[in-house]
Write a protein that binds this ligand. Sequence first.
Ligand code: AMP
Ligand code: GLY
Length: 421
Amino acid sequence: MKVLVVGSGGREHAIVWKLSQSPLIDEIICAPGNGGIASLARCFDVKATDLDGMCALAQSEKVDYVVVAPDDPLALGMVDRLSKLNIPSFGPTSSAAIIESSKVFSKNLMKKYGIPTAKYETFTDSSSAIEYIRRQGAPIVVKADGLALGKGVIVCQTVEEAQDAVHSMIDEGLFGKSGASVVIEEFMTGPEVTVLCFTDGKTISPMPSSQDHKRAFDGDDGPNTGGMGAISPVPCYTPEIAERCMNEIFIPTINAMNSEGRTFKGVIYFGLMLTPQGPKVVEYNSRFGDPECQALLIRLKSDLFEIMRATTDGTLGSLDIKWDERASCCVVMASGGYPVKYKSGHEICGIDRSTATIFHAGTRLSDGKLFTSGGRVLGVTALGNTLAEAIRNAYAGVMPISFENMYFRRDIGSKSIEEDE
Ligand code: AMP
Ligand code: GLY
């Protein structure tokens, strides 16, 4: 079997790393890939959003299966395009990927099918939006409808802040078309947990719980990023809560998508908040999260390729997916200044002395040397018998690595450990 993986981040490196352990695969290629992926797969210079280019590559390389990992190509319909060429692939069609690419769609879906989420209204004109905000009061949350590189959600502490957010999205076009419709949502409180599930549209197989750290700085301070680190499992996600989520959220969501004629296949991402009233959905994604993927795949004992094929073929129910009992932690090493402004092109030293598993994100290989080439550079990932040990092992793996202006959070997972004690 020859497999093409689409994407270039730490998530895609983790996917390629795990797939490379499958005895069913002869060769993996990747587009566009990165400096770490290049050691496991031939990389091709085709952008993840270039549907024509990617389909041409899949055909000319005669691949048997394509893994579409990022959100944009899924929303654009890469899986649909490949299917027309009779090339099977991993991920939802664009009609199902809408669960991530339109917040108006996902909120309306949850309302229609009684899936617990924050109360909300949607607006396309700013004056009615502002009237609603004045009636509701703050804190309140303003969300752009479409994909906005993870920046389309503004948690507003005051009515003025919420009004500004609405103006910038609807009237000033801050996120272009993505912000022409907005969702205004009740502010929820409680710990956040991510649960990713494999699904073939019939069977739903939750992975262990995980937790991202979205803010740039220690203590959950600073701007939102793509994610600065992740842990798995999350101690506050107890078996009782997991059972509730399965019955009240996961199964109803998959059934709702079927009822809408939008059967979801691939990985569905449930961003949950464990509120005093019970677990509620904060967001859906139509793919693996990054860096949650890195923290999860290091714990996966089963063959990832077999699971992916089963989601495509509708045979997930026949698999018994096995996970490592140990905990994991992924610490993201980033370029100083990320997510706002940062410099690239610095040499990365010391990776060969690290005891951890390193998933590359923004790296580039040149003349046998590694250089930084993006905001998030490396995901340093380790297992441990306890969560505390996994965190210690990941940070021990960070120690020998250096590049100019490097930056990483020093408190990944620390809140969960405090809660655990
Ligand atoms: P999202 O991109 O939808 O995951 O939102 C980004 C972050 O904003 C989430 O991880 C939450 O921390 C926060 N957030 C989103 N919606 C709400 C809400 N209704 N109440 C409180 N915080 C929220
Ligand atoms: N880590 C959050 C995301 O991938 O959307």
